[in-house]
Design a protein around this ligand. Sequence first.
Ligand code: AQP
Length: 328
Amino acid sequence: MKRVFSGIQPTGSPHIGNYLGALKNWAKIQYDYESIYCIVDLHAVTIYQEPKELRQKIEELAGMLLAIGIDPTHSSLVVQSAIPQHAELAWMLTCVTPVGWLERMTQYKAKSAAQETIGDGLLQYPVLMAADILLYNAAIVPVGDDQSQHLELARDIAGRFNSLYGETFVMPATHLPSVGARVMGLDEPDKKMSKSATGSGHAVSLLDPPEVIRKKIMRATTDSNPAVDFETMGAGVQNLLTIYQAFTGALDVDVRAHFSGMRYGDLKKQVAEAVVAALSPIQERYKQIMDETGYVAKVLDEGAKRITPIAAETVEVVKKAMGLYTAS
Ligand code: AQP
């Protein structure tokens, strides 16, 4: 069975962009593969995180991944730092990665511009991501569109390693959703929705209560038209339609027929109700999961135990390929 791998950072509060771009797909495709889903806390600390808060967010995020439908009896749900081979392989891959490849990454350019001093980890971020994926020889990586460039780099790194040391890694394929691969900020529809953005009307968190979801969507930026016009609409209206379509699964042709000429106030009400309807059962499950003392920790522990042998075997293979010391 082919393997699928993907990760999410325990930073901020997961939002509908994370859900529509990646998490919904994780749950949907999990049974078609041997699935590994990872809370990438080593990635999170490339930017300073308050330690107590980070520790708490890891468990909350695991609870949320279970609530959105990750089935721990089939999929392995793990925390990156619990499996030391992620960092070990990242070092070996760092040594075959030209710095110029990393400096070209758009996410590095955007995130480093916002920092006073740039930690080396921020530059190395995509190498660690490549290690996460290659450690399990994952064939499929379901992500949002913002990660496409990092996935391309992971393939370049795998290719370079294979050409230097012999065929070792499987080339991972990017798996994007057909709708919702890039959800934009509600307040700034020219920027992708992001956990670390500070505006209160920017993102809908998966845990926002219905009244907050309604308020945020009713305030979303649109444009100077009074009603939906598919020929001239701006990015804000397009984004609202994308959110509606991704949550309801409606076809293009039906969305067009239904919303053409609709006033923005009515459009927003319908989008808000679609989001509330989809998130309510997730929020209920989340509460039940978090109320069960010790359950999340047990799932994470079992996940790590199940997949550590795969990680250990890959590192052994890589060490041998590179001529590093291994016990005979
Ligand atoms: N706006 C988005 N639309 C669609 N997909 C998105 N993803 C992120 N934002 C959007 C996808 O969610 C998965 C997990 O993302 P991440 O936590 O690893 O980090 P990120 O891509 O950097 O997401 P954020 O929300 O912007 O977090 P911060 O602010 O902490 O950097 C990925 O598959 C991503 O593509």
